[in-house]
Design a protein around this ligand. Sequence first.
Ligand code: NAP
Length: 266
Amino acid sequence: MLLIMKEKVALITGSSRGIGKAISIKFARMKIKVVLNYRKNEDEALKTLNEIKNLGAEAIVIRTNVSKEEEVKRMIKEAKDNFGEINILVNNAALGLAVPFKDMSFEIWYKQIDVSLNGIFFVTKEVVNDMISQKWGRIINMSSIAGINGLKYLTAYSAAKGGIIGFTKALASELAEYNITVNAIAPAFVETDMGKSYFEWLEKRMNYEQPLIKYLNYFTTNRKLITPEEVAEFASFLVSDNASGITGQVFTLESGFNLQWYEALK
Ligand SMILES: NC(=O)c1ccc[n+]([C@@H]2O[C@H](COP(=O)([O-])OP(=O)(O)OC[C@H]3O[C@@H](n4cnc5c(N)ncnc54)[C@H](OP(=O)(O)O)[C@@H]3O)[C@@H](O)[C@H]2O)c1
């Protein structure tokens, strides 16, 4: 059984849909109070909020662009006005635009890095001092296999996700003495809006006749890509007291998925 001290509060960035949503629902089931965050999609965010409230858990939702420092400061203030403190942070919000590097403008490069890496700086900076004072904290940064292997047509995204790994390890070593763990989860493809848009982009570019996702499933142990719910299960372990000795690690969740799929794309 997962042990977690009572009355924890978690901020999950980018939690209106996809992996962030699944993590929020899992945490709510663990009786963690949840601060949901989104950028644009209010309908999905409110739907997620209702799902959580229907579980009998406490939650609020805040619209914030994580790459805007002033907006992030306002989000953290609103979260603390509601719940007092933030004990758990999941840096999940990101953009994943596929663009061949030869066609990539600095604007697209910058936007990717700004949301997916600078956003983590702003949010973590705003919560870390409180975690240090509380001498307890859990930080999970959502990386990707793109940050380890590099993914074709995702150079900016891969750079941001690789940067997150260095950030995770460095921060973990700084914060260990305060009983704060910092870990990264690096999934392979997950069938979310972000995952699907990359598959669809590749399908068009490669003139695939079959949905690529069915093909990718073939390269896994159980013929199934990792689901958002499986990522959420793992996140729930990392924030539990059972994982208090685990920090500075990068966990690749990929069902045995590996680089073979590049062969298929040739
Ligand atoms: N899907 C995959 O295959 C995969 C694989 C490995 C790693 N990951 C990582 O897992 C995380 C979640 O991915 P996902 O597939 O669930 O993505 P997704 O389905 O595209 O959802 C992205 C979430 O981030 C929010 N968001 C986007 N830009 C934001 C910003 N500037 N400020 C605040 N929120 C913002 C979106 O809000 P709105 O709804 O308002 O737009 C949404 O809630 C990301 O870090 C991603 O890189 C995904």
